[in-house]
Design a binder for this molecule. Structure first.
Ligand SMILES: [Mn+2]
Length: 292
């Protein structure tokens, strides 16, 4: 005897159709501009694989989240080989379709440049959107390695759209980026400032508009918890610190979608993949808990 689980996020065989789901998972296996360890294109598959081991009952929210909201998994979005500019335009159109259908998009990257397309689509629907970025890097470069669409430029492109941004977990920034942050008064909190209490969740909430998109670069976590990233920076935030931020922000703001990017799976070491899968499920639960 053997049993099979459907190959979707969580391996669920009910509450998974597009029609009955509020949440749509968008796996985007794309990396082209990674600067250190490549391989984020492997992440969507690894995370979906790991998600099939995630317990459906959430011990904190005391419910089976999927059963309340419905979670539909899209087929992988085929990469556009013309380059990250074209890829982000394609992601913009995918997001427009999902938002048009009044669904809640959850993108699994892939590299961080994908978020440019997501933010542009979201701004069409929600002009007053702000973006909460959990990341080790500021990603505010004007250009990197001859492209304005590098993972290192993602937040600069989003800022250029006139979208308010707030970043937390930072511990790596170029001199130019640091200047840009000061000159434009951008809310940018380092991991150290957060860990030692110079800034708390309250300030993060205050820095955002009422409608928020969240982008999680997995290198925001400490490499002891998430070693599987392209650029493992020491001194990252912990599972519980990240959950505290997300719990509070979702409590006070309306989240209209999120992405999780830059996981770079290490074969034979599924801990990071599993953490990513569980984080996605938790955050879906936080975003919808008011409706349970
Ligand atoms: Mn990033």
């Amino acid at each position: 005897m053997y049993s099979t689980l459907p190959f979707n996020f969580l391996g669920i065989d009910t509450h998974n159709s597009f029609e009955e789901s509020k949440v749509v998972i968008l796996p985007v296996p794309y990396d082209s501009t990674a600067s250190f360890r490549a391989g984020t294109r492997e992440a969507p598959l690894a995370i979906i694989n790991a998600s099939r081991q995630v317990e459906l009952y959430d011990e904190e929210l005391e419910t089976e989240i999927y059963d309340k909201v419905g979670i539909h998994t899209f087929n992988e979005v085929m990469p556009n080989m013309e380059g990250p500019k074209y890829e982000s335009e394609m992601i913009r159109r995918v997001f427009l379709d999902v938002l048009e259908a009044e669904k809640f998009p959850v993108m699994i990257g892939g590299e961080h440049s994908l978020t440019i397309g997501a933010a542009r689509a979201i701004k069409d629907f929600y002009p007053e959107i702000s973006v909460l970025q959990l990341d080790a890097h500021t990603d505010l470069r004007e250009e990197y390695e001859n492209t304005q669409y590098s993972h290192a430029c993602v937040m600069r492109r989003i800022y250029d759209e006139g979208i308010k941004i707030a970043q937390v977990g930072i511990r790596n920034s170029s001199k130019e980026e640091a200047k840009f942050i000061k000159a434009n008064n951008i809310f940018s909190v380092t991991a150290r400032q957060y860990r030692y209490g110079y800034y708390g969740v309250e300030e993060i909430v205050d820095a955002l508009t009422d409608t928020v998109y969240v982008t999680i670069d997995m290198d925001v976590f400490d490499p002891s918890e998430v070693p599987a990233v392209g650029t493992p920076e020491p001194g990252g935030l912990s599972w519980y610190e990240i959950l505290d931020i997300l719990r509070e922000v979702t409590f006070h703001k309306r989240i209209i979608g999120f992405d999780l990017v830059e996981l770079c799976p290490i074969p034979g070491n599924p801990a990071s993949d599993f953490l990513a899968a569980k984080l996605i499920y938790k955050l879906i639960g936080y975003c919808f808990r008011g409706e349970f």
